[in-house]
Design a protein around this ligand. Structure first.
Ligand code: FSO
Ligand code: SF4
Length: 541
């Protein structure tokens, strides 16, 4: 196997024996083959000039499959074998429509057993592209597409889609098979991926807010009550809604974990009195937190950490693109409905959660809420009460080097405000950093996809201050990344013209020196240094 798609890639270069994430060689290879099959489908659609509007089933399956290969989403080898077979069948059904076209092996290979798939996968992985710059650009595009697919999938679960996004996914995936594209053409395609990343985040924002209302300032309880409970993790709000509906009046409470925390900010979920609060922290602390939670856990997306005991594994349930061998996967019916009765009945037999902390945290600063406070914010900037904003969005992770972000937040001058989104927030959202004239110094917009809100806020400030360029604003970008959703957020910000983004705790292993050089020279992308040096740099001292 070879995988270097996330920030925790072994030795900073790539996982070759087993993933640091826990992904084994078989799953890694099956994921590679699934993506390869999607490339073949994309080539058929591109070369055959097929109308994406007529391909609903393929569109939805391709998006789900990309999502399944995101870091920590799905560890279930059998789920991948099933998907590869399904996608080969769909691909073969389409192939007649591209008759006469010169097709790549990805569009024609056959492998129906797991053994045949693993054998095939050995020759088509990341390293099959020999030129390291081409490989780097192709993978940058593919990882961006994986992140984009995650957001598109959630929007689709709410019934919102944009066929232009599917058309772009096919165009971009097909391009990764094309050996005649120049590096410049691949760079242009990378930026176009960012453009569609913005479209995907806008689509999900529209889906979430049209169905559940605009996030509003909310205090979220981080303590517990004395009832049996279910913990829900991941990013899918439709799963949460269905779980809340089905647990209503059963005596079973519901708590969020990690990236599900921002669900509390939506007006629609406030009516459930069994929706108690948030339990724990970012994804990587889950095994300890699941042990003390006692109840069942529902994963609606990544990030799953392989359970260390059968006792914990038996309490894990998955849905959507997520999966883990030995855990029950809850499938949706043809209307998208999921039956969580098994989880609810199981919860009733288990003890209530153990308290690991108490108090409240505040969030809900997505675009509409911040726009409502715009006068206050603008006055604070004009009076000098707020000197600078720091966008510290993205992911958290288990590497020790991420302590940088807690220290950075603690040491920032008191006249600065942190704008956050994604699970990166857990490095500083419980620090009590105070407020500036009633504006909290940590403004949490929501999940990683709500980085879109942060972009809208920046564009709004640009307009209010009458600036020509978003880079003239007093906003610095110090972003933490872990997996491929952060890649699409980064590409989206680059597409919106944001420059000088600092990315850490390390730069992606999949950036070749030449590709990294292009990003540095064109966009001013940089890594991180020491906290003190970086704060001095950002504050212009
Ligand atoms: Fe975190 Fe995981 Fe949302 Fe990522 S939970 S790391 S960027 O999946 O998706 O922020
Ligand atoms: Fe390694 Fe990350 Fe790939 Fe997992 S997802 S195998 S940790 S590079």
């Amino acid at each position: 196997m070879f995988c270097f798609q996330c920030q925790e890639a072994a030795k900073g270069t790539g996982c070759e024996v087993k993933g640091v994430c826990g992904k084994n060689e078989e799953v890694a290879k099956l994921q590679d083959l699934l993506v390869y099959t999607l490339k073949g489908i994309s080539e058929i659609i591109s070369k055959g000039g097929l109308d994406v509007k007529d391909l609903a089933e393929v569109n939805h399956e391709v998006i789900k499959c990309l999502f399944m290969t995101i870091t920590n989403a799905n560890f279930d080898d059998e789920a991948f074998v099933k998907e590869i077979n399904k996608m080969i069948e769909l691909r073969n059904g389409l192939r007649g429509k591209a008759a006469g076209a010169d097709l790549h092996d990805a569009a024609t290979f056959e492998a129906s057993s797991k053994e045949a798939m693993l054998e095939k996968a050995a020759g088509i992985g990341v390293l099959a592209t020999a030129n390291e710059d081409v490989r780097s650009l192709r993978e940058l595009i593919i990882y961006g597409l994986k992140g984009l697919a995650a957001y598109t999938h959630h929007a689709l679960n709410i019934g919102k889609e944009n066929v232009d996004i599917y058309a772009f996914v096919y165009k971009a995936l097909a391009a990764t098979l094309n050996d005649s594209l120049s590096a410049d053409e691949l760079v242009a395609l990378t930026l176009e991926t960012g453009k569609f990343g913005v479209a995907a985040m806008a689509l999900l924002d529209e889906a979430n807010t049209s169905k559940y209302g605009n996030p509003e300032i909310t205090e979220v309880n981080i303590g517990v009550r004395n009832n049996p409970a279910i913990l829900i993790s991941g990013h899918d709000l439709t799963d949460l809604e269905q779980l809340l509906e089905q647990t209503k009046g059963t005596g079973v409470d519901v708590y969020t974990h990690s990236e599900m925390l921002p669900a509390h900010y939506y007006p629609a979920f406030k009516k459930y009195d069994n929706f108690v609060g948030n339990y724990g922290n970012a994804w990587w602390k889950q095994l300890d937190e699941f042990a003390s939670f006692h109840g069942p856990i529902l994963f609606t997306t990544n990030c799953i950490v392989p359970p260390r005991s059968e006792e914990i594994r038996d309490r894990i349930f998955t849905s959507g693109a997520s999966g883990y061998p030995g855990c029950t996967h809850i499938e949706a019916d043809e209307h998208g409905r999921k039956n969580f009765a098994e989880i609810i009945e199981f919860a009733k037999t288990l003890p209530a959660p153990e308290e690991i902390e108490s108090g409240k945290i505040v969030g809900g600063f997505a675009h509409e809420q911040v726009f409502a406070l715009a006068d206050k914010v603008v006055d604070a900037v004009k009076s000098g009460a707020i000197k600078k904003f720091f966008v510290m969005a993205g992911c958290d992770g288990r590497m020790k080097s991420r302590e940088y972000y807690t220290e950075f937040a603690e040491k920032l001058p008191k006249d600065t405000v942190i704008l956050t989104a994604g699970c990166a927030k857990y490095r500083y959202n419980k620090l009590n950093l105070g407020d500036i004239g009633g504006i909290p110094r940590v403004l949490d917009a929501g999940q990683c996809n709500d980085s879109y809100s942060l972009a809208l806020i920046a564009l709004k400030l640009k307009e209010v201050f009458g600036l020509d360029d978003v880079n003239q604003l007093p906003i610095a970008y110090n972003i933490a990344w872990y997996e491929q959703k952060a890649v699409i957020v980064l590409l989206a910000l680059l597409y919106l013209g944001v420059k000088n983004i600092h990315l850490g705790p390390t730069l992606p292993a999949f950036l070749s020196p030449n590709v990294a050089k292009v990003l540095v020279e064109t966009f001013g992308i940089a890594g991180i240094g020491t906290v003190d040096d970086d704060i001095a740099l950002f504050m212009g001292k």
